[in-house]
Design a protein around this ligand. Structure first.
Ligand code: ATP
Ligand code: MG
Length: 306
């Protein structure tokens, strides 16, 4: 498990990570989100012990990895660069790491991972000739070669095509489930995070601005919205006029025979009685599920205003 306690990292004047706290448990897929420069990569490097904290601690199984190389062997990592040797072939790279980490049934593991990542037919080419996506895939194979218990991934699917992105997502979920692996990933891809992470931390200028399960973040987020589909032939403008008389309405957006109504924070939308009362026929009223992107932007903007 990972514990980050009052962790701060300063680079001269820049406070990259500013007194952050969170914990991640085995089997969790935990996402770290934030704009460029928010402190995500620095946090991973601190957890790995590649950087020393200015203050506070980053512990894995209760210990700082910088002082425990034995524990470091049970951690897999994929940073922004893929940690590969350009002059070695794909298979040589994996062989090298397998020896470094004393991987058992090395040949079998390597063949399996090369097949899985679709790199088998290029495995004897030098990595220097690989595309960005191919390097990323090999980097990921390298990171999980020794079946780590904790996996730290910095933007795992950056530069990958949609098919491979899906493959990576499925792999991550599978590793967490089958091996109870703790997976910590930095990502800008909110759609990906929404699909695979159960909890997230959101960093902004080095500070934690939210840390919760996706379910809770959605629940706490404001502005509930509904999408109303009018029955055929119903005039949208009349519906808009009626809806604008409702309490606590923030925005009304008509689009063909659909009208989306956004309400104020914590309002309990119930537009149907007013519409029926005005003689408007409605086909469907659907509560809109807010995406992680909506929630993320709301949190970031709220913090920016403060
Ligand atoms: N080695 C370093 N020396 C000086 N400043 C650094 C160093 N590493 C990071 N920083 C600064 O720390 C801040 C956080 O950087 P970090 O790389 O952690 O952000 P990030 O959230 O990973 O961003 P991105 O989404 O762009 O990858 C930035 O202002 C960055 O310039
Ligand atoms: Mg980064």
């Amino acid at each position: 498990m990972i514990e980050v306690k009052n962790l701060t990292k300063k680079f001269k004047e820049t406070v990259a990570v500013d007194n952050i706290n969170f914990e991640v448990k085995s089997g969790e897929v935990f996402g770290c989100l934030g704009h460029n420069g928010a402190g995500k990569t620095t946090t991973i490097r601190l957890i790995l012990g590649l950087l020393q904290p200015t203050e506070g601690k980053a512990l894995v199984w209760g210990k700082p990895l910088s002082q425990h190389p034995d524990l470091r062997c049970k951690v897999g990592v994929l940073l922004e660069n893929d940690g590969l040797y350009e002059n070695l072939t794909g298979v040589q790279n994996l062989n090298y790491y397998a020896s470094l980490y004393d991987v058992t049934s090395k040949e079998e593991q390597i063949t399996g991972l090369l097949d899985f990542t679709g790199l088998a037919n290029r495995c004897n080419d030098k990595v220097g000739t690989y595309s960005r996506g191919m390097r990323r895939k090999l980097g990921l194979a390298r990171a999980i070669l020794h079946k780590p218990s904790v996996l730290l991934l910095d933007e795992p699917s950056a530069g990958l095509d949609p098919e491979v992105q899906k493959m990576v997502r499925d792999l991550i979920l599978n590793l967490a489930k089958e091996y109870n692996m703790l997976i910590f990933l930095n990502s800008h891809d909110l759609d990906e995070v929404e699909r695979i992470c159960s909890r997230v931390v959101i960093l902004q200028r080095g500070k934690v601005v939210a840390c919760d399960s996706l379910v809770n973040l959605r629940r706490q987020s404001s502005e509930p919205a509904v999408e109303i589909t009018l029955a055929a032939g119903q005039p949208p403008q009349k519906a808009v006029d009626v809806l604008s008389t409702l309490d606590r309405v923030n925005r009304i957006v008509p689009d063909g025979n659909r009208v989306t109504v956004t309400f104020e924070k914590h309002a309990a939308p119930d537009p149907l009685p007013a519409l029926i009362g005005a003689g408007i026929k409605v086909e469907e009223v659907k509560k809109l599920r807010r995406s992680l992107e909506d929630v993320y932007l709301e949190i970031i903007h709220r913090e920016e205003k403060q």
